[in-house]
Design a protein around this ligand. Sequence first.
Ligand code: SF4
Ligand code: SF4
Length: 162
Amino acid sequence: MLASTGVPTRVDIEKAFPNEVRMNQGAAAVIECFQNIPCNPCYTACNRNAIKEFQDINDLPLIDHEQCNGCGLCISKCPGLAIMVVDMTYSEHEGLLKIPYEFIPLPVEGDIVRGLDRSGKHMCDVKVVKVLNTKYLDRTPIISIAVPKEYIHNVRNIGMGD
Ligand code: SF4
Ligand code: SF4
């Protein structure tokens, strides 16, 4: 499915997430990088050795979620926009997702926007909690969104306007 549509399967997605115990302990990265390409800035960005050293530049990244503290440094370093951070301790009913976002205009904190799945389908509404615009550092902006917990595996992007 990924090769023909660019959309990973539910199984692929769930494998990229931390396990349930780790998810409920706090922020951790989710790396949805499924194709062997010559790329490794995620590894060089991580100063906790959570992303294991690549044996070959074409390797897929391998993350140890126990070593990851969800700092998010790797998010804006990934040219493929393949990394986000999930934090299920955000509130009783919502998890926090930190996603890379390269569209303009950027949303504004407090906005209620559409939470989209990996195919662009509207799954639920989400609240923009924070906008970290690092464009001036030549890095991808990071948007933090509060997502109803039951949609945490579904939402991967946001949509604004009509
Ligand atoms: S979120 Fe931070 S600790 Fe986790 S993999 Fe990325 S850079 Fe490493
Ligand atoms: S930087 Fe992004 S695209 Fe490159 S290997 Fe890491 S996760 Fe994949």
